[in-house]
Design a protein around this ligand. Sequence first.
Ligand SMILES: [Zn+2]
Length: 198
Amino acid sequence: MTPAFERLQKHLKQLPGLGFRSSERIALHLLVEKPNRLPDLVAALQEAAAAVKRCERCGNLAEGELCGICADERRDGTCVCVVEHVPDLVALERSGAHRGGYHVLHGKLSPIHGVGPGDLNLESLRGRIERGEVTELILALPNDVEGEATCHYVTEHLPPERAVKVSRIGFGLPSGGGVLYADAVTLKSALEGRRGYQ
Ligand SMILES: [Zn+2]
């Protein structure tokens, strides 16, 4: 293979879910089998890299200051579902079970992997609560040790001057998994059956 091909493959291999063989197959597909599609892909990557950023309020993907969910005034922004990653939010949205707002932490506390509170999108959640924008938190974090630790941290660091109702979903969700792998029916019943947490 050529040096440029190997550089491309090296970058592809770093993407989630791609190993050596699949990255090689994609590189061959892009460069040899369908090279006419390459300019559009490059343009889409550049456009997305320039346009897509984090919503300033909730951490979801946005192209302006706020994401589509935060900007939607028909939704109840005072009831906020806290999730680990954007795909969890997408799964909950697809289930149609939650009509409030979200807060994406972009991770969970994990001392073993060196992830502390400062690495998560927690400060802006605190700010939302301090400003009185949030009255209810639904913790939809993974039901593993790290998810549990993150739930504890969030509830222990709530601004004391604000009364916030906190509940947790997870009942009925696959152990060690999160909302991402649950189907819409499971997510709906998990949200309906959420339990007080504090
Ligand atoms: Zn948002």
